[in-house]
Design a protein around this ligand. Structure first.
Ligand code: ADP
Length: 156
């Protein structure tokens, strides 16, 4: 089974990495899809986000990193993936994620969505929070791997 884990990953956090590891254990092949046509202006370029993800996942054999724009289901279809992976942190994520999953299924019934519930220690974590903390010079070492912490330090 081939799956796509789509997201902005701006930047990747320990919360994402937890989902990547757990999802990679469940499928034959996991493609991390870095979304580039985001309406939000990202802090890190597509190349920077991909490079950080590649470094962090280099020891997981069945994980690859690609970028995409447009619809996630089209990206999944193009890559022969029948499954989308998403993480759920809290009930606040649920409504939005359910809407997206149902939309995706109505566009492409052959692509289903699987949710992973976040590990407790990362349930507060988001890329937005990490950027806020880093912007004011605080320590982000519990939130992101060293390569990302360094990139944030350089950026701010
Ligand atoms: P998007 O902009 O599509 O929400 P993100 O990079 O913020 O992209 O998130 C990608 C996926 O990772 C989403 O399914 C999100 O719920 C999940 N995710 C983000 N942070 C965490 C976390 N701390 N724990 C578990 N899942 C997370």
């Amino acid at each position: 089974m081939k799956a796509v884990y789509p997201g902005s990953f701006d930047p990747v956090t320990y919360g994402h990495i937890d989902i990547i590891k757990r999802a990679a254990d469940c499928v034959d092949e996991l493609i991390i899809g870095v979304l580039v046509n985001n309406e939000k202006k990202p802090l890190f370029s597509r190349e920077e986000r991909v490079e950080m993800l590649e470094q962090i996942t280099s020891d997981i054999k069945n994980v690859t990193v690609k970028t995409f724009d447009g619809l996630t289901v089209d990206f999944a279809r193009e890559n022969g993936a029948g499954l989308l992976i998403r993480g759920l942190r809290a009930v606040t994520d649920f409504e939005y994620e359910m809407q997206i999953a149902q939309t995706n299924r109505s566009i492409e019934p052959a692509v289903d969505t699987m949710f992973f519930v976040t590990s407790l220690e990362y349930s507060y974590l988001s890329s937005t929070i990490v950027k806020e903390v880093a912007r004011y010079g605080s320590d982000v070492s519990k939130m992101v791997p060293p390569v990302v912490a360094r990139a944030l330090k350089e950026r701010f």
